[in-house]
Design a binder for this molecule. Structure first.
Ligand code: WT7
Length: 637
């Protein structure tokens, strides 16, 4: 399979970009015509950013899995779709061809059907990185159920909140997951969540670690038993459900500046077109290449660039169960050599952590199959970029720095590997169809080059979020009210003298810890739930490996144990409420917080102190009690 819409030189990029701005509908219609539609769309685009509404390919009928699976069977049935590398390098890997993946997805559709799942139902998926996770996702998509994958690092409480929000009556999980030398008891976490969610009708449990689990009669069934039943039925076919282009495909929860995560909704048609287009162009995927995206399918990166982008393009996607540092810090490089990986897509935090082990683990690894390297999730620092370039890419692999978000569905600003210019630490140029705008604080557009401002997008692209599940007003408020008529990303950005973009980080109260997005308000809510805590304020601070660390200022009146124990108690509370990924790195006990007379916490000051700044804290004269700043400064950890 080759891609008629693959851009192969800089001039073509410029032409495509111009067309995408001059005639967006014609541009995307051309691309969409290379996919399989049961019925062609009537109207390419309808949009309104002020009373937020976006519809792409209205009237079009399709099923994304026919594009990811069925249409490849003729020519590429025997081609590997998924290569699975287990956590333990001694365990046998698995390869699923397109035909095998198709068969398993069809089988699992029948399992879902036998268990009562219907089109439009929400299905929560809480699994480790096993092929069955991709199978579960695709089976939902094939039958028109809306999947909501939850990352394994979230707690029972977080899962329960999400199940309630989506009113998800079905759960798919594993007994446990292997991650490095740890075993995560996934089913047991689900059991705790379900105590609060009596509306859940069925839980389907895949055996992976075969750790003891409780199986509740009538509610919990084993994946393997259900497959056997389908086999006994003679493995009936399951034709893909005909979906409207604008039918929801999935919900993925992500953090914002309020305490409650929001369910970002993506729809079938536009999401398929955009993830495929950006996959093919950003990474310059060539038929036969092995694509290794190291993200977890619990995040948008895994949805778009392990599952839907690669499979819709007939690519071979490598799915890795483990972590980069186990059994040793050479694991990624061993995987690259074992499967002759061509494209490696990972996060700056992983690069920085591996850098910390020195060149030992890279020594003796060939890495000569690599053609393209990629990064995603957070700004990459120059040192990490250089290390990646020199030691992994050996100076001969272009690095794509891809900026995007859960809400954008696919990559928005990035160089195209070897095709458009690259500049270390810059995401560089927008993808065709993406019209970035920089704004100053007052909503004035910053024209010209060499300017910095808040990053907005002026025009819809096919995979822009459609809503936040169950609360459209919140979606409008969150993304379309700060700069009326524009989608506001929440990121700060610099445009250099060549017009290249560099994302400088969030300008709202969202943290990016090891590439994981966490709202400060969420962490504060969790800390405040601890019995001894009166109030807290959470800010980010620069962290060598994680990018940002979580710094918590806490007013604490508890009397049970010393400060160190109190810190552990608070940390455990956060783990229970949100999950281990949100644990504060530092907790400083304070007697008060810097507040204005109207009671607003001045986070700017707290941020500066956490960053180690002691002098230029700005104007503190409006504070209710300016003395508190001195105390906090002196107690800094
Ligand atoms: C936030 C979105 C995109 C998938 C993974 C994260 C930051 C993302 C970059 C990049 C600088 C980046 C932004 C963005 N971010 N990519 N290449 N350079 N910052 O998705 O969890 O929705 O987080 O990640 O701050 O807003 P997410």
């Amino acid at each position: 399979m080759s891609y008629p819409y693959q851009i192969t030189n800089y001039d073509q990029y410029k032409t495509a970009y111009k067309k995408s701005v001059d005639d967006p509908e014609g541009f995307w219609a051309d691309i969409a015509s290379h996919f399989y539609w049961r019925k062609r769309w009537d109207k390419v685009l309808e949009w309104d950013f002020s009373d937020y509404n976006v519809k792409w390919f209205q009237g079009g009928k399709l099923n994304i899995t026919e594009n990811c699976l069925d249409r490849h069977l003729g020519m590429m049935g025997n081609k590997p779709a998924i290569i699975w590398e287990p956590n333990d390098p001694e365990e046998h890997h698995r390869i699923l061809t397109y035909r095998e993946l198709h068969t398993k997805v069809v089988q699992f559709c029948n399992v879902l059907k036998n268990n009562g799942v219907k089109k439009g139902d929400r299905v929560c998926i809480y699994m480790g990185m096993v092929p069955e996770l991709a199978i579960a996702v695709l089976a939902c998509a094939r039958m028109g159920a809306i999947h909501s994958v939850i990352f394994g690092g979230f707690s029972a409480q977080s899962i329960a909140d999400r199940l309630w929000d989506a009113n998800a009556e079905y759960v798919i999980t594993c007994d446990g997951a292997f991650r490095g030398n740890k075993e995560i008891p996934l089913k047991s976490v689900i059991d705790d969540a379900l105590i609060q969610c009596r509306f859940v009708k069925k839980t389907i449990v895949l055996t992976r670690t075969r750790t003891p689990v409780s199986m509740i009669k009538g509610r919990d069934v084993w994946w393997e038993d259900e497959i056997k039943k389908v086999e006994t039925m003679g493995n009936p076919d399951f034709p893909a459900e005909e979906m409207d282009a604008e039918d929801p495909l999935f919900i993925l929860y992500t953090s914002g500046s309020t305490g409650k995560p929001k369910g970002v909704v993506h729809t079938a048609g536009g999401y398929m077109i955009y993830t495929n287009y950006t996959f093919v162009n950003t990474f310059q995927y060539q038929p036969g290449d092995i694509h290794f995206c190291t993200a977890d399918i619990g995040w948008i990166t895994g949805h778009s660039y392990i599952v839907y982008g690669p499979l819709s393009a007939g690519a071979t996607s490598l799915l890795f169960e483990g972590i980069p540092t186990w059994p040793d810090a050479g694991r990624f490089w061993d995987i690259v050599d074992k499967y002759k990986v061509n494209v490696l897509y990972t996060a700056p935090t992983a690069i920085r952590s591996l850098m910390g082990f020195g060149l030992g683990p890279v020594h003796g690894k060939h890495l000569d199959s690599l053609k393209v390297l990629g990064t995603v999730g957070e700004p990459i620092n120059e040192e990490a970029w250089n290390w990646y370039n020199e030691n992994i890419g050996k100076g001969r692999c272009p690095i794509v720095d891809t900026w995007w978000q859960t809400e954008t569905g696919g990559c928005m600003i990035s160089n195209m590997a070897g095709v458009t210019p690259s500049k270390p630490t810059y995401a560089t140029l927008p993808m065709p169809g993406i019209q970035p705008v920089l704004m100053d604080e007052n909503g004035k557009i910053l024209e010209g080059n060499d300017v910095s401002g808040n990053l907005c997008i002026k025009f819809p692209w096919p995979s822009i979020l459609r809503t936040t599940y169950g609360d459209h007003d919140r979606c409008k408020q969150n993304y379309f009210s700060a700069y009326p008529g524009y989608y506001f990303t929440g990121d700060g950005c610099h445009r250099d003298e060549h017009g290249f973009y560099r994302i400088t980080g969030r300008v709202d109260d969202v943290l990016n810890v090891s590439g994981h997005r966490i709202g400060t308000a969420e962490v504060e809510n969790a800390i405040n739930m601890h019995a001894g805590v009166v109030e807290s304020a959470v800010v980010g601070y620069p962290h060598d490996i994680k990018g940002q660390g979580i710094y918590a200022y806490v007013i604490y009146t508890g009397t049970h144990g010393d400060e160190s124990l109190a810190r552990q108690d608070i940390t455990l509370t956060v783990s229970r409420i949100i999950g281990p990924i949100a644990k504060p790195d530092r907790i400083q006990f304070v007697s008060g917080l810097p507040k204005t007379r109207s009671g607003k916490i001045m986070r700017r000051i707290l941020r500066k102190i956490a960053e180690g700044e002691t002098e230029n804290l700005g104007d503190t004269s409006t504070l209710l009690d300016p003395g508190i700043v001195e105390e906090i400064k002196n107690g800094k950890l």
